[in-house]
Design a protein around this ligand. Structure first.
Ligand SMILES: [Zn+2]
Length: 222
């Protein structure tokens, strides 16, 4: 029996009974706080990183946390984004890259992808980020260039998001917020892109003022 199948039995016997009320409520509908776009990499556990329950994140995963720019071609990402933004009305979209990303390594070294034609084509959506790294990464170490690519890829995919009509409309209306994150598999750190400072800052720092406001309002409520 595979480990993941044994897990289902454990879930049904041990976990489900504890959260029965939540699951019954979720059967009536969903109202997620965010569309969360991240890599398919098995080392990313979205619920654990964000400490969220089922129903809180509408998740789209693919190799490289890529958002193809909007075209007339219908793809899985296009349809999922449209549904999350226009039907579910999520107030936030997160694009979350991560360290040790195989897709980003492939984008940096496409000559190694001859036997993976679909991967190579998919990674063409990262090309502008790769070009930025080539242009600005001269003299940097391999590790620094990879970090730069992780960051530039997240920024690029946020730009692609803005080309999707329903996203553009909600941004114009002012009730949708975009977030660019990078998760460090080894340290558990999550850094968020700060558009004002034009760099990635630890989540605790980037959201510091909002966390302080939240603490104050909770204090008032109590
Ligand atoms: Zn990855």
């Amino acid at each position: 029996m595979p480990n993941f199948a044994a897990g289902v039995v454990r879930f049904q016997n041990e976990v489900y009974p504890q959260k029965k009320a939540l699951f019954e409520k979720l059967s009536l509908g969903q109202s997620p706080e965010a569309l969360f776009i991240t890599c398919s990499d098995s080392r990313i556990e979205t619920a654990m990183i964000t400490q969220t329950d089922p129903g809180e994140l509408f998740i789209c995963r693919n190799a490289g946390n890529i958002v193809p720019p909007h075209t007339n071609h219908t793809g899985a990402m296009t349809a999922s984004i449209e549904f999350a933004v226009a039907a579910l009305q999520v107030p936030h979209i997160v694009v979350c890259g991560h360290t040790e990303c195989g897709a980003m390594k492939g984008a940096m070294n496409p000559e190694g992808l001859d036997e993976l034609p679909h991967v190579r084509e998919w990674l063409s959506y990262v090309e502008a980020a790769v070009e930025i790294v080539k242009e600005t990464g001269a003299g940097k170490s391999e590790e620094e260039r990879m970090q730069l690519l992780l960051e530039q890829n997240v920024i690029l995919q946020l730009q692609h998001l803005r080309t999707h009509p329903k996203v553009a409309a909600r941004l114009a209306k002012g009730d949708l917020r975009l977030h660019g994150w990078i998760y460090d598999i080894k340290t558990g750190e999550v850094n968020a892109y700060d558009e004002v400072q034009e760099k990635f800052l630890p989540v605790s720092e980037h959201y510091a003022s909002e966390m302080a406001r939240l603490a104050t309002s909770e204090g008032c409520a109590a």
